[in-house]
Design a protein around this ligand. Sequence first.
Ligand code: ADE
Length: 250
Amino acid sequence: MRIDIVSLFPEFVEQCAGFGVTGRARERGLLSLHGWNPRDHADGNYRKVDDRTFGGGPGMVMLVEPLRRCLQAMRADDPRPAHVAYLTPQGRRLDQARVRELAALPRLALLCGRYEGIDERLVQAEVDEEISLGDYVLSGGELAAAVVVDAVARLQEGALNDAGSAEQDSFEDGLLDCPHFSHPVEHAYGTVPEVLRSGNHAAIARWRRQQALVRTWQRRPDLLQGRVLSAADRRLLDEGLQPPATDPVA
Ligand code: ADE
């Protein structure tokens, strides 16, 4: 997959994507990143990329023309059409289902705004989709772009050392992930649940499913809204929500 980063600081995103799973995906040739800076396509000695907002008010707006030329150069660099996503708090909230769809694209371009944003005419003419990370404001789209690159990179076939681990992630089947434990079994902070040490794979899978259902119910009930649970899942959830049996009072 190819990802183009259109930004006043494309190196920021490229550096973020140099470590761990993303770095490895790039080394393995599963993902290529290409940075494009609108300042390289701006006019004059000052290479101006922003100006005041019409109608008055604070803040600057990124100009149409440097961005238009930058996108033109980006598109000309590869014949594959690029799906252009603009990172902005006005966009649709990103979720794992959309990440999966983006990860399946041959080419994605991430457009990063700074200041008050980008001239709306450029957005209307060039952008296919607006993506938000959540209901808060970052000082630019670069951190959000780095998040998208990471989430998409780990879904590229061969990026994770254990092919099964992406399927076990939170949200992959609309639920939060179950808790995980490692050595030592006994610690001052607690003991690893017995079932996980039992070697009984069916019991382990059942426990994990129950934990995922209970966590989702308790922490993110919105994820379960409008979802019809299977009878088996409902039973697991009901059972998991029961208070633990206490010893009868002597
Ligand atoms: N740019 C600034 N804030 C953002 C957000 N919340 N999501 C995506 N891009 C942004």
